[in-house]
Design a protein around this ligand. Structure first.
Ligand code: FRU
Length: 527
């Protein structure tokens, strides 16, 4: 019934706007009741996923009064991409989420594409009061009718505001607040407060670059500068940028970091997110690096951005990404829903020689899910060849594992772990000492019949030191590898036909397995 009402509302509101959309594949109504989180094989148990239907990018994350808000690109009427809404969830710890009603529906200006949200503490917009400051969401209106007509101005920026802690939203009557100057790809505004110039800054993805705008009140926007033409990766269109200042963990200074997602053009195909470090004075971004650097070297972390309004007393830079890839997101073998987010991550920046390197680690709140711990060895083990490890009763499909290798004196060529099921499907995660690469091989990891672009190996150049530390988060259809405390991250989906039940460590050449710890993780949906 609700589905029909929504359709009715949608037809009414859109009037002449057509449903067809060339931007992504059209949608088939799912007509399914919301799924329970336990009855589908690939349903993540501790990653956020929509109750039912399609999700892509995380949007508009902000923190207010003890609540982390997460919005997301959502098409409630189908399990494939379609007319975009903003779905909504809240959490007290970024781990256990409560679903809330859809926050933003498409309207006569178009679908609601990606964007951000800020708490307008000083009520600069006048959309609330000083006593009750508004939360302002800034997003892209994507008008499918104009797009179909071949117009170039189908993406414009609009705002909506809430004065009840994000529970309900009012679209600003003066929308759009930033009009398209005639450029086809003009979207995904991320807004931040810039202290030094006392202004709001918007960073917007514009084809093969970003545009930077400023505003005193979130309503009037002035063009400041652009960045990116010919810099970094350009195998596809730039999307979903972010810009933030961060203290350097091992230095006295701070730097500005820019994230830019790109699709296609990721290092192993399809979607990926690159980053630049540099300086920003409120007008112009001056990069330190012009080469490509990636937030995550796996295939499945896209369009990730960071939270707004994290209190200074907390001080963390908190990130979440969409755990999929446009190469196959619409066809992965899930039934009632599609897509999940990565685990929330804390971002940090470390100086390494002349370079700044981005580190990502699961937020420490995730530790609250650890249930049972199992340490199979009391002493370090010499390892050569394959060794099966008994993981006790800890399920390989819902666990965290920490595996440390000691490489001192080792000439081992290839070391790592294999997760395997009874069908001999395998996920292999490892390091090649000779080629100096970290890799995640899902070539024979399970189902890949849904897309010719899924099976394969993600690999990244990496120079291990004396020790190599793997922290791996496994959920029903995902693996997240954090190497050496977050210096390299690889997020990869995986769809084994049956659960992995065996864990092997392997080494070609001798190496010391210094430590192995397994934690079962509780489901966030059952507590
Ligand atoms: C990124 C993206 C954004 C756009 C949204 C549409 O995945 O393509 O650029 O706003 O998805 O759903």
């Amino acid at each position: 019934m609700i589905q029909y009402l929504r359709l009715f509302f949608f037809i009414g509101v859109f009037g002449v706007l057509s449903f067809s959309c060339n931007f992504r594949n059209g949608g088939i109504p799912a007509n399914e009741k919301p799924a329970s989180y336990n009855n589908e094989q690939y349903r993540p148990q501790y990653h956020f996923s929509p109750d039912s239907a399609w999700m892509n990018d995380p949007n508009g994350m902000f923190f207010l009064d003890g609540e982390y808000h997460l919005f997301y690109q959502y098409y409630p009427d189908s399990t494939v991409w379609g007319p975009m809404h903003w779905g909504h969830a809240v959490s007290k710890d970024m781990i256990k989420w409560q679903h809330l009603p859809v926050a933003l529906y498409p309207d006569s200006l178009g679908y609601i594409f990606s964007g951000s949200a800020v708490v307008d503490t000083k009520n600069s917009s006048g959309l609330g009061t000083i006593q009750n400051p508004p939360v302002v969401a800034i997003y892209t209106y994507h008008n499918p009718v104009l797009e179909k007509k071949g117009s170039n101005v189908f993406q414009n920026q609009g705002i909506a505001y809430s004065t009840d802690k994000g529970r309900t939203w009012v679209k600003y009557p003066g929308n759009p607040v930033l009009k398209n100057p005639g450029i086809r790809d003009f979207r995904d505004p991320k807004v931040i407060w810039h202290n030094a110039t006392n202004k709001w800054i918007m960073i917007l993805a514009v084809q093969d670059r970003v545009h930077i705008y400023s505003s005193p009140d979130l309503l009037d926007w002035r063009f400041e500068s652009e960045f990116g033409k010919g810099i970094g990766a350009h195998g596809g269109v730039w999307e979903c940028p972010d810009l933030f200042e961060i203290k350097v963990t091992n230095g006295d200074n701070s730097k500005w970091v820019m994230f830019v997602s790109i699709n296609p053009g990721g290092p192993d195909g399809g979607s990926a997110t690159q980053y630049f470090t540099g300086d920003f004075d409120g007008h112009k971004f001056i990069p330190d690096n012009t080469n490509e650097k990636w937030v995550d070297r796996g295939r499945d972390n896209y369009a990730g951005v960071t939270w707004s309004n994290i209190p200074e007393s907390d001080g963390r830079r908190l990130f979440i990404g969409w755990m999929s890839n446009w190469d196959y997101a619409n066809v992965v073998p899930t039934i009632k829903w599609r897509s999940a987010t990565t685990v929330p991550r804390e971002i940090s920046l470390l100086k390494d020689g002349k370079e700044y390197i981005l580190y990502s680690n699961p937020v420490q709140e995730l530790v609250s899910l650890r249930n049972k711990v199992y340490r199979p060895f009391k002493e370090p083990q010499k390892l050569e060849g394959d060794m099966e490890i008994n993981t006790d009763s800890i399920s390989m499909m819902q666990c965290e594992m920490v595996i440390d290798f000691n490489l001192i004196g080792s000439a081992a060529d290839s070391i790592g772990i294999i997760l395997e099921n009874n069908l001999k499907e395998q996920l292999v995660i490892g390091y090649t000492g000779k080629q100096k690469q970290i890799f995640v091989d899902r070539t024979r990891s399970g189902r890949s019949d849904f897309s010719g672009k899924f099976a394969g190996i993600s690999s990244s150049a990496y120079e291990a030191g004396d020790k190599l530390k793997f922290r791996i988060l496994m959920d029903a259809s995902s693996s997240e590898l954090f190497v050496d405390n977050g210096k390299l991250v690889m997020t990869n989906l995986v769809f084994p036909t049956e659960s992995y039940i065996k864990l092997k460590v392997f080494s070609k050449g001798e190496v010391t397995l210094e430590n192995a710890v397994f934690y079962s993780l509780k489901s966030i949906w059952q507590q």
